[in-house]
Every structure is written in C-alpha cells, then in structure tokens.
Design a protein around this ligand. Structure first.
Ligand code: NDP
Length: 412
C-alpha cells in the first residue's frame, strides 16, 4: 500500500510522476495537486498519451496556505506527501503534514521569499515535532542535494574509514540552443547562483564573492569545463554527519554566455527580489491602469523560457558526482562516483530535460524507500542519515546508473 500525494506539476514533478507510474507495485494510489489544476490534468494526459495506464487523481491547492493543504490531506489521506513545488512552501507543507499525520519528502531546503538565503536550520527545527508524531521527513531527495549525499554515505560505508576531502562536482554540458534559459525554476535558480560562495575548511565556513573561485575540471565523456565554487545546502549536513571531513566544497559548471547574460540581468536590476511599484494597464480591456507591486525576478521568470519546454532540442549530457579523498586501512585513497545523464534520453522517456530528470527520479526513489519501510524513522532527516545501499541499487534500475573510479586524479 503506497498512497502518495505529489505537490507541484512543473519539470521535476513531471519526471517524478512518470517514475511513480512506472512503479505501481509500490505506489498504489496517486494524486497530483498544484496551484493550477489544469497543469496537473495536462500532466496526467501526457502520461496516458505515452501509453501508461494509471488512475491518477488531481486537485488544486495553494501550498502557501496551511488550511487549504490540511483540507486536501484530510480528504485524500496520503501516507506520504512529496513536495515538488518551490522551496518557499516547505514549511507550510510540513506544518500541514504534522496536523494531518502525513509523512514528508522534498528536494530543496526552505527559503524565505524575501531573502535569498538557504539553510537547514528552519527545517531541522521540526525534528522533535516529527519524532513525537511518529512521522518521517526526508529532506533534499533530488540529485544535489540528494544523490550527492547518498554517494558520500555509500563511500563512507564501503570505501573509507575516514573521509577527509569532499568535492561535489556538477556539470551540465548540454545545449538547449536558447540564448539564455535556466534548467529549473528560473527564480530559484538565479537566487541560488547570485549568492555568495561558501565552503568548509578546518572547522570553519569560508565565504567568497559570488562565483569568484573557479577552475577547469574534467568530466567523464565530456572533457574539461570551467567549474565554479558555490554554496550548496548539502554541505551543511554532510560536514556534521562526517566530522572527519577537513574540507567540503561544491562546484558547478557555467558557460561564458550564461555568465554574461547573468551579469546583464544583475546589472539591469532584474534579479532583484524586493517589490517595486509599476503602473500597469488593467487586463480587463478598459484602457485603465493601476499601480501594482512586482518583484523584478518574478517578472523575469514570466518572460524567460520555461525549463519544462527545453527538452526537445536539448543535446549533450549532465555529469554529477562526488570526488573524495580519505583513508582506508591506513592508506590514502581517492574515489570518484558519478552519474552521466543524456538530455535526449530524459526527453524521450518523460518529455523533460536532464536536470528535471536527475531530480525527479531520486525523489521517486526516496518515496519508494519510504514505502518499502527501508527509510522510515520518526524525525527529520537528510539523505546520508539513511542506508544508501537500496537507494543506490534503485538508481541503477530507474535510469540513473552510476560509475566509480578508484585511485584516479581528482584534480582538486
Ligand atoms: P517548476 O517551477 O517547474 O515547478 C514548480 C511547481 O510548483 C509548478 O507546477 C508550480 O505551479 C507549483 N507551485 C508553485 N507555487 C505553488 C503554490 N503556492 N501552491 C501550489 N503549487 C505551487 O520548478 P521545478 O520543477 O524546476 O523545481 C521543483 C523543485 O525542485 C524546486 O524546489 C527546485 O528548487 C527543486 N530542485 C531540486 C534539485 C536537486 O537536485 N535537489 C534540482 C532542481 C530543482 P505553476 O505551474 O502554476 O507555476
């Protein structure tokens, strides 16, 4: 019995929905709810058009509104809620889960709307409440965060006595043939990339200017790509859970064209997240206008390509992994574990590009781990708190096979 409610009907949710439908032995009842019901219905149609038979319910819900969420949860009574809306909704959905006795899973940590800042403290603060309610909350079950932590946990369990240096490396060597587009929600993506960099060394967090540190790293089947040091949320839990780590960093590749556009967007003020007043014509055709408040970055999102529409012409692949140095049986060991995912393969299977695919597949697998009783313990948990082995096994089966290199040059 696996009764699951997924919130959101965007790129990541689309992939997770396809994967849930492919695993109906685990997921026996399925509802998709989002801000716009028509998007949920279109997703169900896309699944049926691909030839899958599944009875999927849909609903409208504003996930910023705890009362609306409670009403929905009380009527459908899901055992697990998968949150694939935006990071802004994490806490309202967690509150509704607690009120209605539902378990919880997401792929990105909470961010307040008015501050481009992410950290786990807000969600970790729910640990006691979930524990007392006997409910499981699984945080950050996408690729990074998500698989990156399962990779690290797998390395710690099987290949190291002590991990000393951890570098998470995330390369998108794909080309969507647009001048500028983001691979997941543009608002969340641009907020993340324009933040200051942060890494951990010798017990301290070191801040850098945004994208200030970069170097070429070589990715399998891709070659060298300029990779930029960024802050990423999973570092926060990994350095706590593996106290032998001396340094932990996160790197992401960006092309020069992307960075030039990003620079322009910032210089033009279009990445601002504060409200500005704007005199706008009314949509009722009356010819009248009214003063409205808009957030420039939200307006920019409305004119940028929708990441969900990038798949058709996207070629190339992603390569995301962990490069680890540490000690095994008294000897220094290096280890690189990674997955490469081709955008066209993702598109052919789900209609979405590789970045949505590499996030939606792990979200489904995390939910599967929960329903199989393998990842079920009261409290609020990050991925490395669970046994990585059954999750790693499913990555190979569900479309994200991984590879290992022992004793190679980590370049870092
Ligand atoms: P999208 O913008 O494509 O999808 C978000 C969905 O949530 C949309 O369907 C949207 O509705 C819906 N939504 C937004 N606000 C509300 C609300 N208040 N109530 C109900 N539904 C709402 O984003 P993505 O699919 O690209 O990303 C989804 C999540 O995945 C994000 O949190 C992102 O940060 C995370 N992510 C995680 C990664 C990882 O590796 N861990 C990598 C990539 C993304 P509408 O369609 O009407 O706008």
């Amino acid at each position: 019995m696996g009764k699951v409610l997924m919130i959101g009907a965007g790129g990541v949710a689309t992939v997770a929905a396809f994967k849930i439908v492919q695993n109906q032995d685990v997921f026996t009842e399925f509802m998709i709810a989002s801000r716009r019901k028509e998007k949920c219905d279109a997703l169900v149609k896309a699944i049926h058009d691909k030839g899958y038979k599944a009875d999927i319910k849909t609903a409208q819900v504003d996930a910023d509104n705890v009362e609306q969420l409670k009403e929905l949860f009380n009527s459908f009574k899901p055992e697990l809620v998968i949150n694939l809306a935006l990071p802004y909704q994490d806490l309202t959905i967690m509150d509704a889960c607690l009120a209605c006795g539902c378990n919880y899973l997401d792929t990105a940590n909470y961010e307040p709307k008015d501050e481009a800042h992410f950290e786990y403290s807000w969600q970790w603060a729910y640990k006691d409440k979930f524990e007392k309610a006997g409910l499981t909350a699984i945080l950050g079950c996408g690729f990074d965060p998500g698989v990156s932590q399962a990779f690290t946990a797998y390395a710690a369990k099987h290949h190291f006595d002590e991990i000393h240096y951890l570098d998470i490396v995330d390369c998108n060597a794909g080309n969507h043939h647009k001048a500028f587009a983001t691979n997941f929600n543009p608002e969340i993506n641009i907020r993340e990339i324009t933040q200051k960099g942060l890494y951990y060394e010798d017990g301290k967090w070191i801040e850098t200017e945004p994208l200030a540190i970069h170097q070429d790293l070589t990715y399998p089947n891709i070659g060298p790509r300029d990779s930029y040091l960024m802050h990423h949320e999973e570092l926060e839990s990994l350095v706590k859970n593996y106290p032998t780590i001396k340094r932990a960093r996160f790197w992401m590749t960006f092309g020069q064209q992307y960075l030039t556009y990003l620079d322009c967007i910032q210089n033009l003020g279009m990445s601002r997240i504060d409200e500005i007043e704007y005199e706008a014509p009314l949509a009722d055709g009356s010819g009248k206008s009214a003063k409205v408040k808009i957030v420039p970055l939200q307006f920019l999102k409305a004119v940028l390509p929708n990441p969900q529409d990038l798949g058709e012409n996207y070629d190339g692949e992603t390569s995301i992994g962990c490069r680890i140095r540490g000690i095994k049986d008294g000897k220094e060991q290096t280890y690189y574990v990674y997955n490469n995912c081709k955008h066209q393969d993702a598109y052919n299977e789900t209609g979405m590009q590789g970045v949505s695919y590499t996030t939606g597949v792990p979200a489904m697998i995390g939910a599967m781990m929960f329903f199989k009783g393998l990842w079920r313990k009261p409290g609020v948990w990050n991925l490395e708190d669970f046994d990585p082995d059954p999750f790693m096994e499913q990555l190979n089966k569900q479309g994200l096979p991984w590879h290992e290199v022992f004793g190679g040059d980590l370049e870092l």
